[in-house]
Design a protein around this ligand. Structure first.
Ligand code: SF4
Length: 346
């Protein structure tokens, strides 16, 4: 299947039926939204040909694209209280120092009260060990598995260091996850390569995204993959790897495909801009889509629970200046969410 080539709907539907059954045999009928929490807009690699970060002006130093600590931590507080899983903590490679990442991880774990997934490039063994008290697993942003295509889309981000990281992570009893973007030019036969890779490195989780054609990249004029194309990969993976945790990444222009991808065997949904779009009709659609797929949606992207946010910040062990800044940021996010709810309440 070449990307963006319409595949026979009946073929996909037959696979989906099988995948749906396998999902039901292995997982409860639930789903959730997973939030990837980003810490920067820049990256020292910066040349992956599909990536928004590759379009950043050359004169902008990646280290100057850091998001503020209070903004990052406020988002963790929101995620925890709204019942969002943390897909992973991530950002551009080489933006924060290992000590800064360690501080953020420690703080995030204090907030969420659980270890989190980390996606910050191919980590060396000493770095994995440094972050070990705070992480449940490492994510390799592998993006695609076809060696020729990989070279084209990730010229400076080879797969081998990720393969090494997966091996080392397993030795340390960590979970491992990888990413796969549908729509960049993968072909049908890459499925075998992908399944072999998952089995060889005992991958526990995969994030199956659909290409977002970013302006300024070589994909800007590409059509995003159809729902059948994205579902085909998810369903085939569900059938081949019944216990694999599969997350589907869905941008807000494609909400109507969520139930289809869940039926194809995805466990959870990500990529949705949940803070900016909280309480909007698109957010309502996400929850409806879960219902349509026969899944109970855990957490919320539409209703603000009755939380004493001051208390949530006050109970943390951070210094008083940081707490004051986190609360300010949190209130900014909440103001947008409340405004959305009021605007969309009719
Ligand atoms: S390494 Fe990741 S963040 Fe950096 S350019 Fe490539 S895809 Fe984008």
């Amino acid at each position: 299947m070449a990307a963006n080539i319409e595949i026979a709907k009946t073929e996909v539907e037959t696979i989906i039926e099988k995948a749906e059954l396998i999902y039901a045999q292995n997982f409860p009928a639930i789903t959730c939204f997973e939030r990837a929490i980003f810490f920067s807009w820049g990256c020292i690699i910066g040349d992956c040909t599909f990536c928004y970060m590759s379009t950043q002006p050359a004169e902008k130093k990646p280290t100057e694209t850091k998001r503020s600590t209070e903004s990052i931590l406020a988002e963790f507080i929101l995620a925890k209280n709204l019942g969002w899983d943390i897909g992973f903590f991530t950002g551009g490679i080489g933006v924060f120092t290992p000590s800064e990442i360690e501080f953020l991880l420690r703080s995030a774990v204090e907030i969420t009260e659980e270890k989190i997934w980390l996606s910050v490039g191919a980590l060396s063994t000493p770095l994995i060990k440094k972050y070990l008290p705070y992480i449940k697993g490492v994510v390799g942003s592998t993006e695609t598995i076809n060696p020729v295509l990989h070279k084209k889309v990730c010229p400076s981000k080879p797969l081998q260091p990720y393969e090494k990281m997966f091996v080392e992570a397993k030795k340390l009893n960590l979970l491992t996850a990888m990413t796969f973007i549908v729509g960049m030019g993968e072909v049908n036969s890459d499925l075998t390569l992908l399944i072999d890779f998952i089995k060889k490195y005992q991958i526990d989780k995969i994030h199956v995204y659909g290409l977002i054609p970013q302006e300024g990249t070589m994909f800007q004029c590409h059509k995003p993959p159809t729902k059948e194309e994205q579902a085909w990969w998810i369903a085939q993976l569900r059938i081949a790897c019944p216990k694999l945790d599969i997350q589907c990444g869905v941008w807000e222009d494609r909400m109507e495909r969520v139930s289809y991808l869940l039926k194809a065997g995805a466990n959870s949904v990500s990529k949705f801009r949940a803070t900016a779009l909280f309480g909007t009709s698109v957010a309502r659609e996400l929850e409806l889509q879960a219902k349509k797929a026969g899944r109970q949606f855990q957490g919320t992207v539409t209703k603000l629970p009755d939380i004493d946010w001051n208390k949530e910040v006050e109970k943390l062990s951070f210094d008083s200046t940081l707490k004051k800044n986190i609360l300010r940021k949190l209130n900014e996010y909440l103001a947008v969410m409340r405004k959305n709810i009021t605007k969309n309440s009719n």
